[in-house]
Design a protein around this ligand. Structure first.
Ligand code: SAM
Ligand code: SF4
Length: 339
């Protein structure tokens, strides 16, 4: 007998936003300890708490079944998760079937030279690589243990494998603020967009956030003094607003969660490496998906929890960097939620 499976409805939140973009953190571990992201001495989660690769696959596939068209794997550092390529190869079936438009990842680039060809073979077309400075010493200071050359080699390997690379850089007061134009020229010269990110108050770190915070409005103003920035409607499914730089022909994106509200068009949700679904990067509201994943081999419980969660997606976030204190607005680290 040919039993038709019930068609599950697309995920639409109470504000009529369709959830089409899922970001999944596949590990909280990382080979770097960037000063704005992690404490020097991080305690990572016990492995049993992490979703297995099979659970990650089921979870991503459930969201794809409900209308997610773009999937970004992140972390921690996704490429340090053992056997991550198995998951990527398996998820690529959704690209072949046409259910998914894009499978991508955000990486610090340290392992890229090793995996670039495999990623391209699995159908990954674009990746984001985080580079905050082109000064090797500063790079070491910001990442506490990273090697800039290794990352740059990774980028070259990624491009050689046919991957389109976008550079993400966190704008850091006094650290890279005078270098941003150089980074832009470097990125554009190599055919890469540059997206600048304001620091977000996520997780306890040693530094004072108010010392790190550099408003992108200021960065943009400074760039505009020397370059012709033409606002363009370009969108990559994320919250960045883009300008075209007339002199270089490249694009610069600005992600400004603190000075500009992008919540109205938010189409995304995030899942941590332990299976916690966060409906909003800036809010604590969360739903545990690990329990329904582990409670049954069928996905009915999982879908019910996903629906319950989406019905509670908040309208917007409440980030504030308090001038008087450095307490984070949200206590989890970016490496938990995955940026
Ligand atoms: N390890 C990978 C990487 O660095 O690209 C992926 C995970 S990382 C958490 C994702 C992005 O979040 C990176 O571009 C990183 O610079 C950014 N990030 C981390 N902590 C941040 C914070 N507190 N504020 C703003 N951006 C942050
Ligand atoms: Fe690791 Fe990325 Fe966080 Fe840096 S930003 S510590 S590379 S997870």
């Amino acid at each position: 007998m040919n039993m038709m499976l019930p068609q599950r409805p697309a995920l639409v939140d109470p504000f009529r936003r369709h959830i089409t973009y899922l970001r999944v953190s596949v590990t909280d571990r990382c080979d770097f300890r960037c000063v704005y992201c992690m404490a020097e001495d991080m305690t990572f989660l016990p492995r049993k708490d992490l979703l297995t690769l099979e659970e990650l696959d089921r979870l991503c596939s459930a969201f794809i079944e409900r209308g997610v068209r773009k999937l970004r794997l992140t972390g921690g550092e996704p490429l340090v998760r053992r056997d991550l390529m198995k998951l990527i190869r398996s998820l690529s079936r959704h690209l072949s079937s046409g259910a998914l438009d894009e499978l991508t990842l955000t990486t610090n680039g340290s392992q890229l030279a090793r995996y670039a060809v495999e990623l391209a073979d699995a159908g990954v077309r674009r990746i984001n690589v985080s580079v905050d400075t082109l000064d090797p010493e500063k790079f070491k200071t910001i990442t506490r243990r990273g090697n800039l050359d290794q990352v740059l080699e990774g980028i070259v390997a990624a491009q050689a494998a046919g991957l389109q690379v976008k550079i993400n850089a966190v704008a850091l007061k006094d650290v890279n603020e005078r270098e941003i134009a150089d980074m832009m020229q470097w990125a554009h010269g190599a055919g890469m967009d540059l997206t600048l990110i304001e620091t977000m108050p996520l997780g306890e770190i040693e530094a004072d956030r108010t010392d790190q915070f550099l408003p992108l409005s200021l960065v943009r103003q400074r760039l505009a003094e020397q370059w012709t920035l033409e606002p363009i409607p370009y969108k990559t499914g994320g919250p960045a607003t883009y300008v075209n730089v007339a002199e270089t022909g490249g694009r610069v994106g600005f992600i400004t969660p603190l000075t500009h509200n992008f919540c109205e068009t938010c189409n995304r949700v995030r899942v941590t490496c332990t299976g916690t679904l966060f409906m909003c990067l800036g809010q604590e509201d969360a739903v545990d998906l690990r329990e329904p994943l582990r409670a049954s081999e069928a996905d009915d419980l999982l879908h019910a929890e996903i629906e319950r969660a989406i019905a509670h997606k908040p309208k917007g976030h409440d980030f504030i960097i308090d001038r008087r204190g450095a307490a984070p607005a949200v206590s989890r680290h970016m490496s938990m939620t995955g940026g």
